[in-house]
Write a protein that binds this ligand. Sequence first.
Ligand code: FAD
Ligand code: SF4
Ligand code: SF4
Length: 954
Amino acid sequence: MSDIEAKHRSLHRALKERIKGRLHFDRPGRLLFATDASLFMVEPLGAVVPRDAVELGHVVRLCRDFNVSVHPRGGATGLAGESLGPGLVVDLAAHFTGVGKIDAEERTVVVGTGTTLGALNRALKPYNLMVGPDPSSASRCTIGGMIGANATGAHSIVYGYTGGHLRRASLVLADGEIHELKKGSLAEQPAAWRGAAPVCDEWREEIARAYPRQHRNRSGYNLRGVWDGATFDPLPLLCGAEGTLGLVTEAMLSLVPIPKATALAMFLFDDVHAAASAVPALLGWKPSSVELIDSHIVQQGRAHDDGFAALLPAGTGSVLLAEWTGENAEEASAKARPAMEELTRPRGPAREVRLGRTEAEKATLWRIRKEAEALVANLAGRFKAISFVEDTAVAPEKLGGWLRMKADILARHGFRWATFGHAAAGELHTKLFVDLADPGSYPRLTAMARELYEAVVSLGGTISGEHADGLLRSPYLDVQYPRLHPAFAAIKRAIDPDGLFNPGRKIPLTEHPAIHFNRLGGRSAAPHDAARLRWSGDSLSEEAAACHGCGACREPSATLRMCPLFKATGDELASPRAKGNLSRLVRLGPLSPDEVNTETARRVADYCFNCKMCHLECPSHVDIPKLMLEAKARQAEKASLSLGERAVARIGALGRLACHSHGAANWLADRRAMRKAGEWLTGLDADAPLPRFERGSFAAKAARLHQPETDKALVLYCDYDVLHHNHALGLTFIRLMNALGYSVIPYTVDGCGMPALDMGELALARRIAARQIPALHAQAAAGLPIICLEPTAALTLREEWKNFLDDSRLDAIAAATVEAMRFIAPLLPESGLKAHAEEKVVYHAPCHLLALGDKPGAPALLRRFSGLQIDDADTGCCGIAGAWGLFAKNRELSLAIGDGLFHKLTTGGFSRAISECSTCRLQMRRGAPALRIQHPIELIAETLLAEAEMVGGA
Ligand SMILES: Cc1cc2nc3c(=O)[nH]c(=O)nc-3n(C[C@H](O)[C@H](O)[C@H](O)COP(=O)(O)OP(=O)(O)OC[C@H]3O[C@@H](n4cnc5c(N)ncnc54)[C@H](O)[C@@H]3O)c2cc1C
Ligand code: SF4
Ligand code: SF4
């Protein structure tokens, strides 16, 4: 056993003895903490998720004793590799959360540093307050990470950096104890920090000279204003120290009022140089922010989104977005108008300008800026958009000249690039398109970076205006601070003499780490082994490499729907990012394909129930659910499934059997002792509600209906619910469609096979789908629409079957398949029927309906044609996810995910609830047993067609 392995084991054992928080010491677990949003991958010795400050103290003391470095991590959204390292990664985002005292008069808040900026701002909103600095990663970056990186955002010309808003901080130092840092006398500071004063004394003159004289700079330790010989202010030094001087657990921040009103002007230019050169003039009209977008992003937006194509006419070469604040919308707009008149033709260089005043108008204009990063990242193929020299900054009046210099240097080194960002502060993000698998890229990158940095420093600018030094910029600190950089090493030695905290940044490195640490560096030219699902060409490898670690899928609020499992656990392993990382590690190395079967890899895959929300909402639309189905198919080949999992996979056949002997099946389901025994045998939760089994076959009942002769026909695709549990729903649908002039052909062969796919039983899923293709294709070819009452069935027929079956008939089936509410919506106006019920109903949108890409039609439809008040629950996933929530091992998590919905159902004064998905309705019954819960079709039939006396049993 090597020394490293021995140390690894001993530290792991010691941590296990002292702390209860999660530990990740196996290889897959460690590698899931080896990346952030940068291009680096640094495998740590382990990762730990301490639950409180006491455990954090143990962690630090043990690391000191074992001589292992400590790498604090928040949301890990850093673009420069700030939180990566070879020692122990400490995840502070999971537990150090919570908003403490909000003092509205003093405009301060005390907050746990694991809290995201988005969550903190939501808590502050009722007080009309917010945190000033607004990084665009606000939804998932933590206060600790903002302090570590001294973050700022689009409004930096008004609010500055995080450092300007920090009043005090609690931090754990090498002794494992919590200390307080705030401005005061030297004697009041923790002993370790007092050593910074003599360093400041020694370097006083150089400190006054060395920093760029401009608004933006994030490079190096900030030693200005720390020690004047009488007062010591540790906070400027702590902010931007990138976790190298201690672990911050709590912070007091000062706050700013939320602007009462804003106006947003969008200026369109012929090219990026014209836009950049217009910035100094624009700043004369005192906007609160000016953001720039280049032609590359405009073209990507126009190519992929009709909304952008309508907003940005052909020929638009660049965009400036400028915002003004005011007491009201009129005042804000009035401030914008002079700039709009002077900067637009015939007087100025802009070819066109638009003004957004309402929230909706502003959101439309902002969207292109918000999606800029994703639009650049979406470029397919070998060339990826990377952050390497992405945040140089100069004084805004030099921006036009700097852009030309930069273009010249990048062209000479043969790089294509795109740019966007904070023009008001003289900082434009530069994304380079690079083939990281090409070893020749690194020498070119590092040579170009040095030349580019020397050029920006010669203009009085900075090598980093926003994203910190990290592993990326530390090798170039000598360019930025040719004389001062030894003082940084002295500061580190004084405060952290053992180099315990996050070493490897803030001090010049002798060799550029990208050579060793590129996250795609292990990429093989050919795939390791055959894919289990269908992936065209090498698209499995492409998809596995597509997640760039931005962390948008770590959004904890209900604003975005993804990812229910991450939201409920806060566990990195549950995040879609971890699932993307695992897929990349297995597909492109360094993990072997067999390691998809390790315990950690299984846990990661178990943490995905294929709701598809991340695929929908990830800015780069990485198909994480398909990657996880691929992983599950591989896992199912190696390890046998439980009895319960196998039963769920075969729910179609078992359901048919149960309907034949429905009396016995329902009797068994009602017996607690039987359910308990069943739980022991199958793992299916004895307390979960089970749907009743119907008597006989749906096909026979449907055949007994007298359908009218009509020239319009459709196919009703009967999924498991209608086939086995809810004959009345299928029959109601047939009657409703008859009334609307259609005859209905029920298709009752089997369900769609999604449960088999979810369990990893790919061969079974293939058999189920394959035997349905001939008949469904014949119907589709005859021009019949195939209507699904179950959104999951519609999704499976339209998209999922193509993921595992190669059959040219699937396109026709997919094109003919329509979800029922979408089909029915345009038909109802012709019915002329009116509702006569007045009541309050709540609607829950199923994930798979959203995944179909359609806005749910039911609420608008019912509002339009009835007197019903339909409230959208808007509480995210219900937590059932097919059969996932029916397993005892998932019970708690399933209920926790559904908690918001249950609360809404039981406290909103609703008489009933509706949802298209049968398992969502099952879960809704679990959370609100007293409420009447229906498919919207049943409500339509009952309320809208009551006049026609359409309602009746089978
Ligand atoms: C799409 C995208 C957009 C971005 N936009 C912006 C932007 O507009 N402005 C901007 O400034 N940045 C931006 N960033 C960079 C990044 O989001 C910010 O730097 C953010 O503040 C990092 O927060 P985090 O919680 O992810 O921290 P991490 O990345 O986890 O850590 C950042 C640094 O802080 C240290 N750290 C974390 N927590 C603690 C703690 N509790 N105690 C001590 N040290 C700690 C880490 O060791 C690391 O050095 C963006 C990143 C992405 C991916
Ligand atoms: S899955 Fe998407 S949202 Fe999540 S980290 Fe990857 S790219 Fe970002
Ligand atoms: S498909 Fe759903 S459960 Fe799976 S990772 Fe995406 S959001 Fe999470």
